[in-house]
Each structure stands twice: as C-alpha cells, then as structure tokens.
Design a protein around this ligand. Structure first.
Ligand SMILES: Cc1cc2nc3c(=O)[nH]c(=O)nc-3n(C[C@H](O)[C@H](O)[C@H](O)COP(=O)(O)O)c2cc1C
Length: 178
C-alpha cells in the first residue's frame, strides 16, 4: 500500500468567529501550541515574528484602543457601529496577534522571505490549535493596517501585523472532508 498522509492533520478549517466559544485553551495548551508552531522554515534563523497572547482580561484594553481609533477615523459613526468595533477583539476566549518585526537591509534574506516565514507560523498556529481540538480563524481588517495600531504594537518601517488569530471551542463541528 502506498504511503498515506494523516487526514486529521490536513483537516484544517477556519471556524467562523461567532462559533468560537468557551472554554478556550488553558495556559499549558497555549504555550505548547505556540512553541510547536514556532518551528517554521526561517531563512537565517532570524525569528522575525512575534506572538502576543490576549486572553479575555487583556482583550479589553485592546478593544478600548480599537474603539478610540475607530471613532477618531470615523467621526460620523453610529453608537451601534462603535459598539460592534468595541466587541470585535473580545469575541473569542483567546486572541493571538501575530506580527512580523523584520530585519531590513539584510543582503541575503529579503523582507518577503521573513514575511513568508511568519505566514507559515500563522498556518502552524491554526493547525496546532485544531489538533488540540480548538477552532481558529485568521483575520486582518483595518486594525492590521492602522498606523495607530502599528505604533501600539511597536512596529516600524516594514514591520507588519500578519494577523489576528481568534481561538476557541467550535460551537458546532464543522470540519469538512477534504
Ligand atoms: C492574511 C490573511 C488575512 C485574512 N483576513 C481575513 C479577514 O479579515 N476576514 C475574513 O473573514 N477572512 C480572512 N481571511 C480568510 C480566513 O482566514 C479563511 O481562510 C477563510 O474564511 C476561508 O476559510 P478556510 O480557511 O477554512 O478555507 C484571511 C486569510 C489570510 C491568510
């Protein structure tokens, strides 16, 4: 019989954010999943990425910042739009903010290769949490491009937000057959 790929490993599926509910992963699971995920192809071993962990309590500060920036950028917004923005980072038990703090002017390792390593990291994070039985969804949106957020995350020059990864228990089993 020919070699078989592990089907469960490839059964990745983004779970809609509104279906990611409690319980979220515990501290041990978070550390384990993040450490495993960091084993990515990384030209020059630069580790140009960073993962910030926001559990429920820490999501409030980030949400208040999001609300303030949103109001500043959208002075005509309605109360319900503002409330919706305020809740966006608080919808799941766990939120990871993955950023890429790239090394510029490296003659051997262009920035694109550093971004690609970060993309592999994000994919690994999805797979790692899926394998632990959690659902996950990788999103970006306007906060990933906002100068105020880039400043808050201490990102400069070519640094970027690779993604906001929402994690929780899937409310419904929605893995599709691949
Ligand atoms: C860099 C990146 C940014 C993304 N941003 C968003 C986003 O802001 N909103 C969204 O609904 N999906 C976004 N997606 C797509 C979802 O993560 C997901 O891939 C999509 O919903 C399809 O589901 P699937 O991954 O199960 O095929 C993004 C994907 C990537 C790679």
């Amino acid at each position: 019989m020919s070699k078989q790929l592990s089907k469960s490993f490839f059964k990745r599926l983004s779970t809609p954010i509104n279906l990611l509910v409690d319980p979220g992963p515990n501290d041990e699971e978070i550390d384990h999943a993040i450490n495993i995920s960091k084993d990515v192809p990384d030209h020059g071993n630069l580790k140009p990425w960073n993962i910030a962990v926001y559990k429920k309590a820490e999501q409030i500060n980030l949400s208040e910042l999001r609300r303030a920036i949103f109001i500043e950028n959208n002075p005509q917004s309605t109360d319900s739009q503002i409330e919706s923005e305020f809740l966006k980072f608080q919808r799941t038990p766990l939120l990871l903010v993955v950023t890429s703090k790239v090394i510029i002017d490296n003659p051997k390792i262009p920035i694109i290769e550093q971004y690609l390593s970060g993309g592999a990291l994000c994919q690994n994070i999805l797979l790692a949490f899926n394998q632990l039985g959690y659902g996950a969804k990788w999103v970006t949106g306007w906060p990933s491009r906002s100068k105020s957020f880039l400043d808050f995350f201490q990102l400069k020059n070519e640094d970027i937000v690779l993604g906001f990864i929402h994690i929780g228990t899937p409310d419904k089993i929605i893995y599709r057959d691949k």
